[in-house]
Design a protein around this ligand. Structure first.
Ligand code: FMN
Ligand code: ATP
Length: 314
């Protein structure tokens, strides 16, 4: 059954309207919306129904680690658009996206509760994970929230940790699985296959000369948790095509130094510019390499395509 729903994105406290107030809420990065997040969101949904109020997820953009030390921040599993999509599928009524900046990072736990939860959202109930911490120096925890809730008129509950094979599911664990090209493990942690979605941009048109036209999927400088050449399938308007994808800086050709996602769809004829694609990753074929010539790169890409045909049985 399709879970297609409507969700409203509210950017910044100043855009909150009276109808957003009096909700049940949760807070966090929700990068990738893995199975731990999904369990928490299930509880949130249930509470919203019981209390007859909307549900709200408070997220930050950039994510706090990206604000503090951008170069050390982990790769993103999901950009804001992906999170919006995934949280919509989880039945969230609205997402409050706060800019994580100097001001927000300076909020003490008391200020955070006061300004965001009480004055901003008029929260009735808060659902958090049992390890949740917040506020300047992460000095607010579950007990702190519960005490604040008792004096400010909201309830707080902690969701039990969701584990897989005895280990707490986390965005970090998903990134590690992807880094190791363990797509089966990533699927078990996410509850779905890992994919990257984006619009097709115009490339340098070199790929045609290499015998494998590619769709360049926009990454908007987002750091992704994969690098190398992969067997993929590509969803376009409900149809799925097998393909090979490269994520990397393309050392063989003159490039801008940024990571690109390029995908060649097997046996596809047509124009993909400006279309929105979802690239689903299945298997790592090899690392990206710097070849001595375009001819050598062409031979390797042909070999990648041949391997992909064998693996996807076409
Ligand atoms: C399956 C596949 C494998 C690739 N492997 C490499 C590689 O190992 N090294 C590299 O420099 N570029 C690699 N590329 C990227 C090509 O250099 C790139 O597709 C080409 O430069 C065309 O770019 P354009 O689409 O901007 O014209 C690969 C591309 C594909 C589709
Ligand atoms: N496995 C889990 N079980 C239950 N709750 C979880 C689980 N993982 C995260 N949560 C809760 O979901 C909310 C959002 O978590 P958040 O995305 O910030 O962290 P995370 O998934 O643990 O990722 P990271 O690896 O980056 O710490 C928090 O309240 C957190 O406690």
């Amino acid at each position: 059954m399709s879970k297609k729903r409507f969700m409203q994105l509210v950017r910044g406290l100043h855009n909150l309207r009276p109808e957003h107030r009096g909700c049940v809420a949760t807070i966090g990065n929700f990068d990738g919306v893995h199975r731990g997040h999904q369990a928490l969101l299930g509880r949130l949904r249930k509470r919203a129904v019981e209390l007859g109020v909307p549900s709200c997820v408070v997220i930050f953009e950039p994510q706090p680690q990206e604000f503090f030390i951008p170069s050390m921040a982990p790769a993103r599993l999901a950009c804001l658009r992906d999170k919006q999509q995934l949280l919509t599928e989880e039945g969230v009524s609205h997402v409050l996206c706060l800019a994580f900046n100097q001001l927000l990072q300076s909020f003490s736990a008391v200020e955070f509760i006061d300004r965001i939860l009480v004055h901003g959202l008029g929260v009735k109930h808060l659902e958090v994970g049992d390890d949740f911490r917040f506020g300047y120096d992460r000095d607010g925890d579950f007990n702190f929230l519960q005490n604040a809730g008792m004096s400010q008129g909201f309830t707080v509950e902690a969701a039990q940790t969701v584990k897989l094979d005895g280990v707490r599911i986390s965005s970090t664990q998903v990134r590690n699985a992807l880094g190791a090209a363990d797509f089966a493990m990533a699927k078990r942690l996410l509850g779905r296959q890992f994919s990257i979605a984006g619009r097709v941009l115009r490339g340098q048109k070199l790929a045609r000369q290499l015998g494998a036209p590619t769709a360049n999927v926009q990454l908007k400088r987002r750091r992704v948790p994969l690098a190398g050449v992969y067997l993929v399938s590509v969803d376009i308007d409900g149809q799925s095509w097998p393909g090979v994808a490269n994520i990397g800086v393309r050392p063989t050709v003159i490039s801008d130094g940024a990571a690109h996602l390029e995908v060649h769809l097997l046996d596809f004829v047509g124009d993909l510019y400006d279309r929105h694609l979802t690239v689903v990753f299945h298997h790592k074929l090899r690392e990206e390499q710097c070849f001595a010539s375009l001819e050598a790169l062409k031979i390797m890409i042909n070999a990648d395509v041949a391997t992909a045909r064998i693996l996807s049985c076409i």
